[in-house]
Design a binder for this molecule. Sequence first.
Ligand code: MRU
Length: 369
Amino acid sequence: MKVNGQDYRTIWLNPLDERTVQVIDQTALPHRFAVVDLHTMEDARQAIAAMTVRGAGLIGACAAFGMYLAALEAPDSHFMQHLNTAGETLKGTRPTAANLAWAVERMLGAMVPAVEVAHARVLAKREALAIADQDVEHCRRIGQYGLHLMRDIAQGKPGQTINILTHCNAGWLAFVDIGSATAPIYAAHQAGIAVHVWVDETRPRNQGASLTAWELGQHGIAHTLIADNAGGHLMQHGLVDLVITGADRVTRCGDVANKIGTYLKALAARDNGIPMVVALPSSTFDFNLRDGVAHIPIEERDGAEVRYISGLNSHGCVEAVRICPPKTPARNWGFDVTPSRLITKLICERGVCDANEAAILSLFPEHYR
Ligand code: MRU
């Protein structure tokens, strides 16, 4: 996608030195655009842990490149042992997004046919690149399937703008390119359908305000930032035609873990008869789980993210300020689970389906058991 008119992905191999992975530093956005070099598996681990990179698809891609870097570092004598340890280390960074473990396992599997260590390194590089390219292709297809939905909504209100509400950032910054929730929006915009996006700020880390607003702005998509709690009011007043979010982990029965607050949007959408659509590539499914509320691991982060808010001060410097009394305790769950009954449709790279086991497995029959 474009940054100041120039094409970027969120992660790539440095063309001048293919032992270096480069990523957009998402902690600096929207105030500064910066690219960070990852030289080692430990750099990749830190990038995920510190949220230099974030979003389910990108976490997976970064883990894949982290495994490639681990393959470059691994001693010949303990090659697979080193890779297995690196995989466990990367998987330990963030617990909720399914894409992380999926990417690590895929990287390990790709090296199995290697006849020697040098060959394994070649296979690791090839697989990391393939995972990144596949992420882009899956998001592109999600956009095409989502476009049908957007056309249907547009036909129902000829000559008017479609108002879409989204939560957090499931845009191109959360993937390698294009994004999941944003893919139908970008596709509709390209197809000449008038769209406007209500962007939830998404406390506590404000991925909506910092990232979604920034990337939509870069692409000339009409959007308005709203406080997290405004969505229900907008829905009651006919100002939302569609709620569309991404997902961090989706069970085989269609329960959706996504950024904290998604569940409340889904409840409000149901109460107001507004479609609640979730867009995800297959790498986000966890086909081992059925009951998301009971079994999806929910990351709990430092309460400081709730107690402080950061932004640009009047001197143009990024500053964090405390918004509560000095000793107020805070808890900070990163995600919640929206039960499948509240989801109108899932959009995947293989098509659109209802959020239930039979419908999901009709798109992914290889997971029947
Ligand atoms: O904590 P983050 O920023 O990594 O959270 C992930 C998200 O951005 C959202 O939950 C998103 O909707 C799913 S990622 C495609």
